[in-house]
Design a protein around this ligand. Sequence first.
Ligand SMILES: NC(=O)c1ccc[n+]([C@@H]2O[C@H](COP(=O)([O-])OP(=O)(O)OC[C@H]3O[C@@H](n4cnc5c(N)ncnc54)[C@H](OP(=O)(O)O)[C@@H]3O)[C@@H](O)[C@H]2O)c1
Length: 293
Amino acid sequence: MKILQFGRTGQVATALRAAAQGRSEIIALSRADCDLADPERLRATILAADCDLVVNAAAFTQVDPAEAAPEAAFAVNARAPAAMAAACAERGLPFAHLSTDAVFDGRTDRAYVETDRAEPINVYGRSKLAGEQAVLAHPRTVVLRISWVFSRYGRNYVSFMLKLARERETLKVVADQFGTPTDGEALADFLVATAPRWAAAPADDPAFGLFHFANAGETSRFDFAKAAIDRDPMTKARLEPTTQAAFAEPAPRPPRSPLDTAKLRAVFGFSPEAWRPAVERTADRLVSTGLAG
Ligand SMILES: NC(=O)c1ccc[n+]([C@@H]2O[C@H](COP(=O)([O-])OP(=O)(O)OC[C@H]3O[C@@H](n4cnc5c(N)ncnc54)[C@H](OP(=O)(O)O)[C@@H]3O)[C@@H](O)[C@H]2O)c1
């Protein structure tokens, strides 16, 4: 299996490269190799590629800076994936793309399913929703919506909180935002394991389309951080609950955006692990390799 991957150094991109070792060949392109702001370059790269699947693990992921840079966010999160999907269609290749719980407004009393109405409340969410809609024009596209991704790689909520908790006496963490953490390493493993199915599947296969992918269960940002920090003997911070309003970030966040993964289970037979043991395992690995420091 040969995979052409956009994104090389990001969290999920790195997890994918690690998951592919000994199983698939991944050609992972950095920003210097192929800038997503250049759709013609993307098309040429895909048309020239010798691969079985194209994966987009790159995005404009900075939620607050996106508020002030909508043009750049839409170029990278909407127009670039649209160009990738169109080139994949031209070339007869399947395409795997990642999206986000931030397509929802977060006003829900249950976990979101794929058919729920997406109404983003910030620029990042709007740009990612435009990307989803554009890429799904290619029938051999799979879009996985993920949320609150953590792993041993890159800078993510778990590694960031572990680090802060070693540096500070008190750590204020938002307690009124709820969602489902996603184990980035389980996601990468799923993508690599499912690549042969997508490579062989015809356009009408149920393996294509929109899916939610996240760990099982729902938690708050506060309990998510606490589950990780409680694993680190070198933590010195005392956690204090706070509110989203107190943080006053430029981009509003959906207050509650858990993802329902029943469709993922039905189509792929994949049952996500509960979020807490996955977070604890990742925290243990970060702590034991000194990366939490
Ligand atoms: N992290 C989360 O909690 C989360 C939640 C929901 C959905 N997602 C989605 O998951 C996917 C992967 O996210 P992640 O956590 O791995 O993000 P990340 O760690 O921020 O990585 C983003 C990657 O995109 C690359 N990139 C950004 N702009 C680019 C450009 N103009 N040209 C080429 N490459 C560019 C970055 O390259 P550089 O290193 O050169 O900047 C980096 O490799 C994204 O689609 C994101 O929207 C993430």
